[in-house]
Design a protein around this ligand. Structure first.
Ligand code: NAD
Length: 511
């Protein structure tokens, strides 16, 4: 490990400056002169600019990664483990700095930023076990004197394209395993909150990762397209909205790449009459308004069985009245939205709800934030009796707007969940084990919670939805992650002994 201030200081861009790409272990400007604004959403002001790469810039970075990969692919398991373990230790020691970067650019409150880092760090810990993960299978004497065994080998340069809502965790889901598996990485983070990527890149350098093995290229559609089309990028891991995920999947698979593209969501929470309504109300508020609803696993629809719906709505609105919206650095419960434009779009659904005959129980537009008046604020909003034909129900709103759809019972609720185009996460709240067991079997959704509202699997299982929430066959992290970032090879071997000679043009058979 080298000195722990120099590289991280290089990764820091002061207010008013321009954030560079991170290539070959250092900041890099590239040739493109285009930049984009990076806001502090709690202040509603641009705090820095970020470079937006050209296709030529991306080509350069992929070239650097390809060159570095030639060595990294031969680094021993022990060497890769040492780097990842050092990275985990540095990340744990300095996570407070990263959390502040997340809060300043994304807006999520500091405690939530630390939670994001903790869940990302779990995947680094999983990746540290690569010695176990790389083990292949061995079959001795499949035919006389012949053995067959399988190897998993790295792919080469892989591209990771991440969304704004988890600027640390989502990249960690992918790059920890990609690096452990022996690949070189080009990360294209969201241009809305890009600094966390450089900070983590600098930390990897501090941890001893050879230069060029992990690179960050900042940009927008131009850089994404360049990665999708680049012949030396072997695989793409994408996370973002469904239309872009579909586009990425279709474009990159046409180029013959391996692709996992995780998309948007609309997560339902079905509350049966026998549920503990206090537990359900706590869960709905936590999962609906945490991170201002800007989570792909947020609960955005409560399906309340009629007989308990009034009581549940009452309990949820009482809890909402205790939430403090404001600057994430000030110990509030909920921060601002990512941009003013997004805040306006989210709040426009409140008018749509009224027009569509729903009832607005709590209107977040009247919030008095504990923060700068220019911040991108919208308070927690609760809308009851939302018709499933309304765009409030059908669209992924991605903000602090919780809808209640009233249902007749289990069957009605399940039908709504299974009719959704999305299938990321869902939850059932009940004390009936039989109903819960039916639900886990019958819901056409990738991640199921039973009395758990945000069922994000631990790092040694895999994360991913069904239907329009995931394009491709491989989920993120866990066993799927490792398989995604490696190619399996089967070796059939015979060490000659003189008795095995002779000609035989027939298809090999086992004797
Ligand atoms: P987004 O789709 O706007 O952007 C994601 C990435 O794609 C960014 O890096 C962005 O620069 C790039 N991009 C944007 N427009 C593009 C275009 N036209 N062509 C090529 N690339 C483009 O998503 P976002 O707003 O950053 O993130 C929120 C979305 O991500 C939500 O829909 C949320 O549900 C989803 N998400 C899903 C998961 C999951 O695991 N399924 C996790 C987190 C977020």
């Amino acid at each position: 490990m080298t000195d722990t201030t120099t590289t991280l200081e290089q990764a820091d861009t002061p207010a008013g400056g321009t954030l560079d790409h991170w290539v070959s272990g250092a900041p890099w400007q590239g040739e493109s002169e285009r930049t984009g604004p990076v806001y502090n959403p709690a202040l509603g002001r641009v705090q820095k600019e970020v470079r937006l790469a050209s296709a030529d810039d991306v080509d350069h970075v992929v070239g650097v990664a390809a060159e570095a990969w030639a060595q990294w692919r031969d680094a021993s398991i022990a060497k890769r483990q040492t780097v990842l373990f050092a990275f985990r230790e540095l990340l744990n020691a300095r996570k407070g700095e990263l959390a502040e970067i997340l809060t300043a650019e994304h807006g999520k409150v500091l405690s939530d930023a630390l939670g994001e880092i903790a869940r990302g760090m779990e995947v680094v810990e999983f990746a540290c076990g690569l010695g176990h993960l790389t083990k292949g299978a061995y079959s001795e004497n499949v035919s006389t004197g012949i053995d067959v065994y399988t190897l998993r080998q790295p792919l080469g340069v892989v591209g990771i394209i991440s969304p704004f809502n988890f600027p640390a965790m989502v990249p960690l889901w992918f790059f920890s395993i990609a690096l452990a598996a022996g690949n070189a990485v080009v990360l294209k983070p969201s241009e809305k909150d890009p600094s966390a990527a450089n900070w983590m890149a600098a930390l990897l350098t501090e941890a001893g990762l050879p230069d060029g093995v992990f690179n960050v290229v900042h940009g927008d559609k131009e850089s994404v397209d360049a990665l999708l089309e680049h012949p030396d990028v072997r695989a793409i891991s994408f996370v973002g909205s469904t239309p872009i995920a579909k586009y990425v999947y279709e474009t990159a698979t046409r180029q013959g790449k391996r692709v996992q593209a995780l998309g948007g969501a609309k997560n339902h929470m079905l509350v049966l009459p026998d549920a503990d309504l206090d537990l359900a109300a706590d869960a709905a508020v936590n999962a609906g308004f945490g991170s201002a609803g800007e989570r792909c696993m947020a609960i955005s629809v409560v399906l309340a069985v009629d007989s308990v719906a009034d009581a549940l709505v009452q309990k949820v609105s009482e809890r909402m009245a205790t939430l403090r919206t404001g600057d994430g650095m000030r110990g509030c419960d909920m921060g601002p939205l990512i941009t003013g434009q997004h805040r306006d779009k989210v709040s426009s659904y409140i008018d749509v709800a009224t027009a569509d005959g729903a009832s607005v129980v709590v209107d977040g537009r009247g919030v008095e934030p504990d923060g700068d008046p220019d911040g991108f604020w919208l308070g927690p909003t609760l809308i009851d009796k939302v018709p499933t034909s309304s765009s409030v129900y059908t669209d992924e709103i991605f903000g602090p707007v919780l809808s209640v759809v009233r249902v007749d019972g289990y069957e009605d609720g399940l039908e709504i969940i299974n009719s959704s185009q999305y299938g990321n996460g869902t939850a059932i709240f009940t004390n009936d084990g039989g109903a819960a067991r039916r639900f886990q079997r019958e819901a056409t959704v990738g991640m199921i919670g039973i009395n758990v509202p945000i069922p994000v699997p631990v790092a040694y299982h895999s994360f991913g939805g069904w239907k329009a929430s995931l394009f491709g066959d491989a989920k993120a992290y866990g066993p799927h992650g490792f398989e995604f970032f490696t190619a399996e090879k089967a070796v059939t071997s015979r060490w000659l002994d003189p008795s095995h000679g002779g000609l035989n043009l027939g298809f090999p058979q086992h004797t």
